[in-house]
Design a protein around this ligand. Structure first.
Ligand code: TRP
Ligand code: ZN
Length: 473
């Protein structure tokens, strides 16, 4: 639904296409090949140029313990952003069994994570077209540049799909980059006795003749690929709602149920506090997934249904729910803008603490500046190792300069403009870019527009883009 980040100039695309296929289309329309990436500074191969996905319809069947545990059909509706003679989807592993474009049998080739599609005729610019991919196999677990695991993760009684930053390509073909958001229908069939949870709202739950269960989930608001999830296993399901009627769907591994009960009961109260501070909630349901997965030792803000690797604490719940505004609704244009996610979600934790009798945001800021914030002294040093808006490499996009120093940037803005204007800014930011994408330059321009006459140049220079520890707090 969003634009691709940067279009490769036609000449370059054409030269590239000459190497890969042959430049020029068939059927009368001159076309060029879409690029095999959207020039993300940290994940250059992620995503693809030449089209914009509007909807994914994923129909999956998962049967753990068999030789072909996952079979899937992905129908991808997209609009061509140029006359498109060929294009790529991202898919890592899995076997592709058949592929059609607008119902016509189509050939493809595979090269690493690129699934290269050569449609029977050039897709004219502006046309909406559908690619249907049938695939099967054992989906892969992907190891990130920072060593964490994502993609398809096996659990004791099922599996989890977690996508940040490039894990969605392990379980469905698509445009795996945050800049291309789309709506989703995710249908999952699992063996009798297992449950399947995903994003958005559960539309139907039906038992097949073979005694299996099919869960149909629907996401009607734009979602980035990294925020798509499925969780398969045994869960205790709780369905409640917030005071203003928002459905809350919580799925918890029975082994984590007792430890999770009290904290998850805080979801409605946290949602109300976040709506008061961040503005209207952008989606049509909320909730959580709690499952045991030892080596995915992180939480993730999967859209409408954040994932927790065990019973969360309140701060983590506040953090992942804050991402629904900052990250999920307003999504970074590239992975370089990660601090816009993590700085905001971390600052939400500080604000929650301040409003609930804990440390004030100023105290958190001061402790970080003094080097007494973390239990481990080396973490207090690491926060100055690179500026929030310029992580040193893909291996560092989830380090403390992005999280805590990102939050410090927001605190500096708050001190410059005062509380009333600060809340106008963070609510306005969420409203202005609702369901879209934004980058750091968009953010600094927005802050400046919202506070005329204030000088932010020192904050940008020293705190956002500057190397090392700023001379003054
Ligand atoms: N975004 C997650 C959070 O809210 C952390 C995370 C999980 C992450 N996987 C990641 C960050 C991969 C960067 C890359 O804290
Ligand atoms: Zn986060």
């Amino acid at each position: 639904m969003s634009r691709s980040v940067r279009l490769v100039p036609t000449v370059t695309a054409c030269a590239l296409a000459l190497v890969l296929t042959a430049c020029g289309g068939t059927g009368g329309v001159h076309g060029t090949a879409g690029s095999a990436g959207v020039a993300d500074p940290y994940f250059p191969q992620a995503g693809n140029g030449g089209y914009d996905v509007t909807h994914y319809a994923l129909t999956l069947a998962y049967t753990p313990g068999t030789s072909t545990p996952l079979t899937g059909t992905a129908t991808i509706t997209a609009r061509a952003t140029r006359n498109l003679s060929a294009y790529d989807l991202d898919l890592k592993g899995m076997q592709v069994n058949s592929l059609t474009v607008d119902g016509k049998k189509t050939s493809w080739t595979r090269a690493g994570q690129e699934l290269k599609v050569r449609p029977p005729s050039t897709v004219p610019q502006g046309k909406t077209f559908r690619t249907t991919v049938r695939y099967s196999g054992t989906p892969e677990t992907i190891t990130d540049p920072d060593g964490s695991e994502e993609g398809w993760l096996r659990t004791a009684d099922g599996a989890l799909a977690l996508g940040e930053p490039t894990g969605s390509m392990a379980w469905f073909p698509g445009n795996d980059h945050p800049s291309d958001k789309a709506t989703y229908d995710i249908t999952i069939t699992v063996p009798k006795g297992l449950q399947a949870v995903s994003n958005g709202e559960l539309r139907t739950e039906t038992t097949t003749r073979a005694g299996r269960t099919t869960y149909m989930w629907r996401t009607t608001h734009p979602m980035a690929t990294y925020l798509a999830t499925v969780a398969i296993g045994h869960y205790d399901i709780t369905r409640t709602s917030t005071k203003n009627g928002l459905p809350v769907y919580v799925a918890v591994d029975p082994q984590e149920a007792a430890a999770s009960r009290e904290v998850l009961a805080e979801i409605p109260e946290i949602m109300e506090w976040e709506e008061y501070n961040f503005g209207p909630y952008p989606f049509s349901s909320t909730g959580a997934i709690v499952d045991r997965r030892g080596d995915a030792g992180y939480a993730l803000e999967t859209q409408t249904r954040p994932f927790f690797p065990g019973a969360p604490d309140t701060a983590t719940l506040v953090h992942e729910l804050a991402h629904q505004w900052y990250g999920d609704s307003v999504t970074p244009k590239t992975w370089r803008d990660m601090w816009l996610n993590e700085g905001f979600a971390t600052y939400a934790e500080w604000l929650w603490s301040e409003d609930h009798g804990g440390d004030t945001a100023q105290q958190s800021f001061d402790a970080l500046y003094k080097g007494t914030y973390f239990a481990d002294r080396s973490d207090d040093e690491a926060i100055w190792s690179f500026p929030p808006a310029r992580p040193t490499s893909a291996a560092h996009i989830s380090d403390s300069p992005v999280y805590e120093r990102g939050a410090m940037v927001l605190h500096k803005i708050r001190r410059t403009v005062g509380d009333a204007r600060f809340y106008d800014i963070i609510q306005g930011w969420a409203a202005t870019h609702r369901y879209g994408n934004a980058n750091t330059a968009d953010f600094t321009a927005y802050v400046e527009k919202m506070a005329p006459g204030k000088d932010f140049s020192g904050i940008w220079k020293d705190w956002l883009y500057g190397e090392g520890k700023p001379a003054r707090p």
